[in-house]
Design a protein around this ligand. Structure first.
Ligand code: RIB
Length: 290
């Protein structure tokens, strides 16, 4: 059997405070939550867990708070077989995300970044980034740190996959696009980036319940999502990105198919950090879809 792909995920780690409501409040309105839960999250950590469950050897490079939340999240990633070499622990609180999920499974998210804002390139992180097959990052940590990680990856000949999420509300360094070998965006993010996506070698666009499409040097492909009744779409995009990275060695089309199936399975499980399916569950759903 071929050895599993080695993936470094460079990004955020949060504790998600998940409020379930019938519908989100309008501006100026108060609504009552049906439940409140504290769950593991953060786009980076979610993608790391998704890639590990899909069979990759994963190192997560992120910044944890020196509080109890940070300790809990570190322990939880280790139990998921995600290595933390290159991660840092900094004074102050861990990142948190307040997530409001409505009865249709849709969500809105607000993130006080906490320790994520202090993520920076270190010697340990650099050494991890030069010893993997690919680096996967998102945009919930400082741009400067991401650009440093992208430069290290480029210099080492390591494939860089950038999940351009969340799309920055203001200006951002052009290197975030220029140094990406593969860009993963959702439809809204693709609209906001517009023409700036043209220069990218490989572009993957997720289409929610409709699946995903890919365009690259050898052409285009699309993959449907199996029809499901979602209970919570939070984290489905992270699962897509993590599984896509873990499956890249199979070729872009197969990676797209696996990621689309995994993303739709993720919507059946509440919470973002724990909704990634195993490689076996993905295989089984793909067999059924055929
Ligand atoms: O993509 C979902 C994630 O975004 C949540 O886990 C939350 O922490 C925010 O980072």
């Amino acid at each position: 059997m071929a050895s599993p792909p080695r993936v470094a995920v460079f990004g955020s780690v949060n504790q998600d405070l998940v409020l379930r409501v019938q519908r989100p409040p309008h501006p100026g309105e108060t609504v009552m939550a049906k439940s409140v839960e504290r769950l593991p999250g953060g786009k980076g950590a979610n993608q790391a867990v998704a890639a590990a469950r899909a069979g990759a050897l994963v190192q997560f490079i992120g910044s944890f708070g020196e509080d109890e939340v940070g300790a809990v999240l570190r322990g939880r990633l280790r139990r998921e077989k995600v290595g933390l070499t290159g991660s840092m622990t900094v004074p102050g609180p861990n990142g948190v995300a307040v997530i409001i999920v409505d009865d249709t499974g849709e969500n809105v998210i607000v993130v006080p970044p906490g320790a994520n804002d202090k993520l920076a390139m270190t010697e340990a992180a650099e050494s991890v980034l030069t010893r993997v097959d690919m680096m996967l990052c998102q945009l919930e940590v400082p741009f400067e740190a991401i650009v440093d990680a992208l430069r290290v990856s480029r210099a080492a000949g390591v494939l860089a996959i950038v999940n351009f999420s969340p799309v920055p509300s203001g200006p951002f360094p052009p290197e975030l696009l220029e140094l990406a070998d593969v860009l993963i965006v959702n439809e809204g993010e693709a609209r906001e980036l517009g023409d700036r996506l043209r220069g990218a070698t490989h572009v993957v666009t997720t289409l929610g319940a409709r699946g995903a499409r890919y365009r690259g040097p050898r052409g285009e492909a699309s993959a449907p999502s199996p029809k499901v009744q979602p209970v919570d779409t939070t984290g489905a995009g992270d699962v897509f990105a993590g599984v896509f990275a873990a499956s890249w060695h199979l070729g872009p089309e197969q990676a797209l198919r696996r990621a689309a199936v995994a993303g739709s399975l993720a919507t059946l499980v509440p919470g973002a950090g724990n909704c990634a399916p195993t490689a076996e569950a993905i295989d089984e759903a793909m067999r059924k879809a055929r």
